[in-house]
Design a protein around this ligand. Structure first.
Ligand code: AMP
Length: 433
């Protein structure tokens, strides 16, 4: 006998998990609508070269890459941004800016499976394209906050940094882009000591290393004082000063709009993806250090794919991790599916059971006709187990009067109703879902 299990890192979503996943997806769709983002659906399989460009070594080395039967080098998408950038540089090239684009779906990375880390996982992804203004960055942060609230999470907080601060210092110190990326990769993994050693090896001055060290050690709540401190640390690096100023503007806009976000500024914060150029952030809940989402500004990716200069900012939320966080907070977000079991008491009443089931469905009421040929007691027990709301028992005696027995499975009451009254009876029943 053949016995199979899922491939390592892959999971089945059983009904309750599948419902939770769709619940988060629905919330993501709703938030997309509220912020004016239009959904696009891009392929799961893209050219390897497209996905590898600027995604960073960390993701590049973990792609599900293969040759298709036409000998094309392809891969399963490890994220959405490259696909969106491809579209914006080609088909959507002449569309008026800004573009607000939304994706939701599965992405694939050969990560080491552990709690909250899978090889197939789901993201909701939002890209705001065609502007470098800080209000666009503010919108992406606010959108993320709205999503966390919409799904019902409590105690979420942001960690914000700015790639321009680090790159500003590295560039002025004469480091190549590749060396900069290698150092930031280590910082992303929180291997700060190794990162600083590598920086020194690659030629960053003693003073530069000291500045980087101060940045890495420095964290604080988002206040103007904290921004001033960073400004002071980086004051001799012009591009880093500009980047700090940009970060201050984004945070200022949010604060002055009356929106309160729980934000920690982390100036030594780097993210795995190589294409970021400006503000970067992650969102967490207090009880876990798994990021529920992350994003930032990427002003040069679209032009890398052949478009004119097209600045952009975006975010991807980890739906699986949001599900875990909801579970931890014991958030009951999933509505009981409810519905009605329809049980004929004799063989001959089966057509009537199917007819009534159809009548209910046409009225928008979920109905499950008995299909196992079970006796009434067993069928009722099963309906109870599945948390259905009602059972309709179709019996010869009641049917002669054009009626059936309706059993309220929550209240444990039953009565006889005329067939034409079944729908109003069910619809008017005060069931809290
Ligand atoms: P990224 O695309 O790397 O910016 O990640 C965005 C979000 O996707 C993260 O904040 C996580 O919530 C989620 N994520 C990333 N990698 C994984 C993974 N291997 N398994 C589950 N979720 C992930």
């Amino acid at each position: 006998m053949l016995k199979f299990k899922t491939v390592r890192g892959m999971r089945d979503f059983l009904p309750e998990e599948a419902r939770t996943l769709r619940y988060v997806e629905d919330a993501a769709q709703k938030v997309a609508e509220l912020y004016g983002f239009n959904e696009i659906i891009t392929p799961t399989v893209e050219s390897y070269e497209l996905l590898a460009a600027k995604s960073g070594e960390e993701i590049r080395s973990r792609m599900f890459a293969f040759r298709d039967l036409g000998n094309r080098e392809v891969a399963l998408r490890p994220e959405f941004t490259a696909s969106v950038a491809r579209l914006v540089a080609t088909t959507l090239r002449n569309e008026p800016k800004p573009l607000r684009l939304f994706n939701v779906g599965s992405v694939y990375r050969y990560d080491e499976p552990q709690n909250g880390r899978y090889r197939e996982f789901w993201q909701s992804n939002y890209e705001l394209i065609g502007t470098s203004k800080p209000e666009a960055d503010a919108e992406i942060l606010m959108l993320t906050d709205t999503l966390m609230r919409t799904v019902g999470l409590k105690n979420h907080a942001f960690r914000i940094g700015h790639i321009g601060i680090l790159r500003g210092i590295f560039s002025q110190e004469g480091l190549s882009e590749n060396d900069q990326s290698a150092i930031m990769q280590l910082m992303d993994k929180k291997q700060y000591e190794n990162a600083l050693t590598l920086a020194a090896e690659k030629g960053v001055s003693e003073k530069g290393v000291a500045v980087l060290q101060s940045l890495v050690e420095f964290k604080g709540n988002a206040t103007s004082k904290v921004v001033e401190r960073i400004m002071n640390i980086v004051k001799d690096y012009e591009a880093a000063v500009d980047a700090t100023d940009n970060l201050a503007k984004i945070l200022d806009l949010i604060r002055k709009s009356g929106y309160t976000l729980d934000v920690t500024i982390d100036a030594g914060f780097a993210r795995g993806l190589e294409y970021y150029t400006g503000m970067i952030f992650e969102v967490y809940v207090y009880e876990s250090n798994l990021a529920l989402g992350g994003g930032g500004r990427y002003d040069r990716l679209v032009e890398l794919f052949g478009s004119e200069s097209t600045p952009a900012v975006g975010v991807a939320h980890g739906i699986d991790r949001i599900m875990l966080a909801l579970q931890k907070q014991q958030k009951q977000c999933i509505k009981n599916i409810g519905g009605v079991a329809i049980i004929p008491t004799t063989e001959g009443l089966k057509p009537e059971a199917l007819r009534i089931a159809r009548m209910l469905r046409e009225a928008g009421i979920p109905a499950e006709a008995e299909v196992m040929g079970r006796k009434m007691a067993k069928a009722l027990e099963a309906a109870d187990k599945r948390s259905l709301d009602f059972a309709l028992i179709i019996g010869e005696k009641e049917l002669k009067d054009g009626a059936v027995v309706i059993k309220d499975l929550r209240k444990r009451e039953q009565k006889i109703v005329k067939i034409e009254k079944i729908i109003v009876t069910i619809k008017n029943a005060p069931h809290e879902n």
